[in-house]
Design a protein around this ligand. Structure first.
Ligand code: NAG
Ligand code: ZN
Length: 485
């Protein structure tokens, strides 16, 4: 009784807050990145029964049904969710994102933001529905499940059920292997539409891709999953390989096709393999490496693969997340059939539920902390590098950084313009993230002389391969000269 009363009070309170938001100051309750949250009409709030959340059936939801569901959830759970749109598709459909967190409207300083993006290929429909069910599960389990409560109290989870609503519209249930609906309305493959580190991507940037690029430049996501269909495997960076650079003449290109199954190893290969395994091992059957084609042997040992080892591609989203924004994204192929019949959706949800949750919690592994000046003021865009891992991360405007790492000892190289660069040795243990606060000292000389400028670290995005990549390219070149004499 007491509890019920309390929740009623909270509810009233939140409605008040929400109404406030609607009638006036959007900015104050922004999702933390300058996006206006969705307007929820008061009539919708009143018509929603308070005892039960919006019903979510195991069926496919078209754009309007999905929009209605997301609005109903944000009205029913205003303290745990916020709905915002990062832009529109070619045909003008909103690219919805729902935040699920104990702090849905504001970034929690020092705590990670994470995301899932589904349905980037419009005809790969399972992920779209799974994210709707994930929302439902998280908001209802918050009160009863201490693990989910911990996760939402310490993480902001951004879920985008569809990055390609136009493609989804023309896709058809039951079509397992076609490409109909894969592309956006201008016939671009959105997972080939991002800037690429290894090869210039000349494809015209699409509105869906531009929206996502802006989104991930505004919010420092620590970890991410991109949900696909057509296979059963967790695939990790790199998707592209230095070899693509050499692929200029068609003769070379065709020769390269036969050598395409070479892994393209990132500086964080150990971490990415671990993350992919977290997904695969918590999945009902992915780790068994069962093949989608009956009778054929699967090539995915433990249900994971390096992206390029499977097949290299240019302009993919996961390499971009990692190299441009220090967000560790992997690609999750979660159904052999791209658009299976709706009655199978419950099974897919059961198969993936544990994986979807455990993977996001990996954002809490490794080291994180703040970079500050001697007065304790945060330093924005300080560069963060783990020695031996030639990829540069940057601090946020609050001076925060996150670096997912497996147990071990590491050296952190921190640098910012106008400050003396610093090296910090630290170790990471299992189960507890390492908190690292780094204070940088001004490089200003006491005698008023010019500032000391730290040597530039690998710029991001780097214009040409350097550092690690020159090594990669060199060994690749010797591999190439071995083939071609
Ligand atoms: C690290 O810095 C943050 C932000 O200034 C502060 O809240 C926290 O208490 C510090 N932790 C330690 C262990 O110094
Ligand atoms: Zn796909």
């Amino acid at each position: 009784m007491n509890l019920l009363l309390r929740s009623w009070t909270t509810w009233t309170c939140n409605v008040f807050l929400l109404l406030n938001t609607i009638t006036g100051s959007f900015g104050q309750y922004s999702s933390g990145a300058g996006y206006a949250t969705d307007e929820v009409s008061t009539s919708q709030i009143e018509s929603e029964p308070l005892e039960t959340g919006p019903v979510l059936e195991f069926k496919y939801h078209d754009h309007e049904e999905m929009t209605r569901y997301l609005r109903a959830i944000s009205a029913r759970y205003p303290a745990l969710t916020a709905l915002y749109s990062i832009g529109k598709s070619v045909q003008g459909r909103d690219l919805w994102v729902m935040v699920v967190s104990a702090s849905p409207y504001e970034h929690m300083i020092g705590k990670p933001d994470v995301k899932y993006v589904a349905n980037i290929h419009g005809n790969e429909a399972v992920g779209r529905e799974l994210l709707l069910h994930l929302i439902q599960y998280l908001v209802t389990a918050y009160k009863t499940d201490s693990y989910i409560k911990w996760l939402l109290d310490n993480t902001r989870i951004h879920l985008m059920p569809s990055m390609n609503p136009d493609g989804f519209l023309i896709s058809r249930e039951g079509q397992c292997d076609t490409v109909h609906g894969r592309h956006n309305a201008r016939r671009y493959d959105l997972n080939r539409n991002f800037p690429d580190f290894f090869k210039a991507n000349t494809k015209q940037p699409q509105p869906e891709t531009e929206a996502v690029k802006e989104w991930i430049s505004k919010i420092q996501f620590v970890i991410s999953g991109s949900l696909h269909g057509g296979a059963l495997v967790a695939s990790y960076p790199f998707d592209n390989t230095p070899s693509a650079r050499i692929c200029r003449s068609s003769v070379l290109c065709s020769v390269f096709q036969s050598y395409a199954h070479t892994p393209s190893i990132s500086p964080d290969d150990d971490v990415f393999r671990h993350l992919a395994l977290v997904y695969s091992n918590n999945h009902a059957k992915m780790s068994r490496g069962v093949s989608c084609k009956s009778g054929s042997r699967s090539k995915f040992e433990k249900g994971i693969t390096n992206g390029a080892a499977w097949y290299p591609l240019t302009g993919g989203m996961q390499d971009y997340n990692y190299l441009w924004h220090g967000c560790m994204e992997i690609t999750l192929e979660i159904s052999c059939c791209k658009y299976p019949p709706a009655h199978e959706l419950n099974k897919y949800w059961q198969d993936n539920k544990e994986s979807l949750i455990k993977f996001l919690a990996e954002a809490h592994r490794g080291a994180h902390g703040f970079v500050m000046d001697v007065n304790g003021n945060p330093i924005d865009r300080a560069s963060i590098r783990v020695k031996g891992r030639d990829v540069t991360y940057h601090t946020t405007k609050y001076g925060e950084f996150w670096r997912i790492l497996l147990p071990g000892t590491y050296k952190l190289e921190v640098a910012a313009e106008g400050y003396l660069p610093q090296e910090v040795e630290f170790f990471v243990i299992e189960n507890h993230p390492t908190l690292l606060n780094v204070t940088l000292h001004s490089a200003k000389r006491i005698d008023g002389g010019p500032y000391y400028r730290p040597p530039p670290l690998l710029a991001r995005p780097p214009p040409t391969p350097s550092g690690l990549f020159s090594t990669l390219t060199n060994s690749f070149n010797s591999f190439v000269s071995n083939i071609f004499g």
